[in-house]
Design a protein around this ligand. Structure first.
Ligand code: SAM
Length: 289
């Protein structure tokens, strides 16, 4: 079977199967061997690793992963791609193809079944229309993973790395930085894909912390506070949280906690660091009647 990391072999497979790209699935296939090598290098795949690939497409990156990993599980939503994957990945006996929506798959079950419950590595050229839900669900569902190495839209990579007081800062930044250490690996031009996307892309690696950098008494509560703060971005933190209703925070309590933390009453959520969000929600929880 031919290596798919180039234009010629990609076109040949697409024509063989008369494949039409489906925009709604965010299909932009990689056709650049150097970028593919870079992604797989950055993921630090070794022969003891079990890798989950989200959206294998025609199997281009899957081939690179299968060469290096112990096993690869590839979850693809588009049923039209399954016969193609069975063809392009036929030389490999360490690849399992699953025809499913990644947001509906029980990934921890895959980890149990395929890797005896040991943390896996996730590698993907993600479909851009659902990048944030995929990352949030991997992190918040505590999927057992060592790292996530992914191609995303440049703006999403910027949001993952953003700090307080910037327009990019939000719930995604805080979730990524609570659970993982984000590192930009490469900027990728549109010419590396077929068809070309209308946006710039970035490869980013998120390495899971053994221990989060801040201590939260209740992670779910912390993220409920964070989400409520950014849902009403233009409001003060006090108004945003007391409007939320489901957090058990009234204006007086929020004001008292901010004062205790030495923060101004008019502060907006977007100005708080991860550490301050954790401190704030811990205070509220400790003093909840
Ligand atoms: N990995 C291939 C590559 O790099 O050439 C394809 C990447 S393409 C950007 C995204 C892939 O994800 C497509 O194959 C698309 O059909 C698939 N996809 C889209 N939504 C999905 C979902 N919810 N679950 C699983 N796969 C999905």
């Amino acid at each position: 079977m031919k290596n798919l990391g180039n234009v010629g072999n990609t076109i040949e497979i697409l024509q063989k199967y008369n494949f039409s790209f489906r925009k709604k699935f965010g299909q932009n296939f990689l056709i650049d061997g150097n970028i593919l090598e870079k992604i797989v290098d950055a993921a630090q795949i070794t022969e003891t690793d079990c890798v989950l690939e989200i959206g294998p497409g025609i199997g281009t990156m899957t081939q690179y992963l299968a060469e290096r990993a112990k096993s690869v599980v590839a979850v693809e939503i588009d049923a039209n791609l399954i016969p193609i994957l069975q063809d392009t990945l036929s030389p490999y006996n360490n690849v399992k193809i699953i025809n499913q929506d990644i947001l509906k798959v029980d990934i921890n079950h895959i980890v149990e079944e395929q890797n005896g419950g040991k943390p896996i590595k996730i590698v993907a050229n993600l479909p851009y229309y659902i990048t944030t839900p995929i990352i949030m669900s991997l992190l918040e569902n505590h999927v057992k993973l060592q790292s996530i190495t992914i191609m995303v839209q440049k703006e999403v990579a910027d949001r993952m790395q953003a700090g307080p007081g910037t327009k990019d800062y939000g719930a995604l930044s805080l979730a990524v930085q609570y659970y993982t250490k984000p590192e930009i690996i490469a900027k990728v031009p549109a010419s590396c894909f077929m068809p070309r996307p209308n946006v710039d892309s970035t490869v980013i690696r998120l390495t899971r912390y053994e221990q989060p950098p801040v201590e939260a008494l209740d992670e779910e509560y912390l993220f409920a506070v964070i989400r409520a703060s950014f849902n009403q971005r233009r409001k003060t933190l006090i108004n945003g949280l007391s409007n939320a209703g489901n957090l058990g925070i009234c204006k007086e309590r929020a004001a008292a906690v901010l004062e205790q933390m030495g923060l101004p009453a008019q502060i907006r959520g977007e100005a708080l660091t991860l550490e301050q969000f954790a401190e704030f929600s811990n205070y509220i929880l400790q003093k909840k009647e």
